[in-house]
Design a protein around this ligand. Structure first.
Ligand code: ADP
Ligand code: ADP
Length: 234
């Protein structure tokens, strides 16, 4: 069974005098261990789709199942637990500027109630994994874009998620840094078996590391399959 199942999901944003059908009936299966690319032009519905996967956004109709659980049916406590299993990284990193690197990484563990001692220990391990141990005491403003994204990745991994959602995570980075961050994501996928979903508007990102890809076009999935299948279709 797929770790993420999307069934007939629609999302309509209703404004004062307009309606936007951002998703028009999406069906998608993502299996454990896959690196799944969701590609499409700006405005196609990629962010909305990915935000439905962790219930930052509720589908207007249809269902998202995570590990077989219908998100809309979960009670508050269970929903919170499921959400900690789904981490997210962003284009603009979303680090806490007043906190140093270690304390940024500790933040989700603090919320979860992990002791300070255990959180710091885990944060140091995570910094080693992302290759940034020497910046433990630095503040985000002192870091490059690539370094900031490494901190964001470490923070995302803090509570051992099963799924990592990446929303245009390399779009603010130069090509060399992009390659390095993608290599890190691949390493994390292989070492820890974390399922990764990558939203991007860049074909190169999909071709670099994705195993599977869905092409989103105007709220519909135009194509889905392995990267080889989709890109070799006439
Ligand atoms: P993408 O990530 O592919 O650029 P989005 O999912 O951000 O696309 O947007 C899809 C469509 O939904 C766009 O037309 C966008 O303007 C609209 N949209 C997204 N979020 C909202 C919102 N909160 N309110 C109204 N319209 C929205
Ligand atoms: P953009 O797509 O405009 O570059 P981001 O990728 O930074 O924006 O964020 C995408 C969406 O996720 C935004 O609508 C924002 O409100 C939301 N968001 C940003 N940071 C977080 C966070 N730490 N937790 C949950 N939602 C967030």
């Amino acid at each position: 069974e797929a770790i993420i199942q999307v069934r007939d999901v629609t999302k309509t944003f209703v404004g004062k005098d307009n309606k936007v059908e951002a998703l028009k009936g999406i069906n998608l299966d993502i299996h454990k261990g896959e690196i799944y690319g969701i590609i499409g032009m700006s405005g196609a519905g990629k962010s909305t789709l990915v935000r439905c996967l962790n219930f930052l956004e509720r589908p207007t109709t249809g269902t998202v199942f995570i590990e077989g659980k219908d998100l809309s049916q979960l009670k508050e406590g269970e929903l919170r637990k499921t959400r900690t299993e789904i981490a997210m990284i962003f284009q603009h990193f979303n680090l806490l500027m007043q906190r140093n690197v270690i304390d940024n990484i500790c933040f989700p563990m603090e919320i979860k109630g992990t002791s300070r001692k255990d959180a710091v220990k885990r944060a140091k391990e995570l910094l080693e994994i992302v290759g940034l141990s020497e910046k433990a005491k630095a503040y985000p403003a002192q870091l490059s874009g690539g370094q900031k994204q490494r901190v964001a990745i470490a923070r995302a991994l803090a509570n051992n998620p099963k799924i990592l959602l990446c929303d245009e995570a390399t779009s603010a980075l130069d090509p060399t840094t992009t390659k390095a961050i993608l290599a890190l994501l691949k390493e994390i996928n292989e070492k820890y078996g974390i399922t990764i979903v990558i939203i991007t508007h860049e074909m190169a990102v999909v071709q670099e590391i994705c195993t599977h890809v869905a092409i989103v076009d105007s709220g519909n999935l135009a194509e889905t399959g392995t990267v080889e299948e989709v890109f070799s279709r006439p």
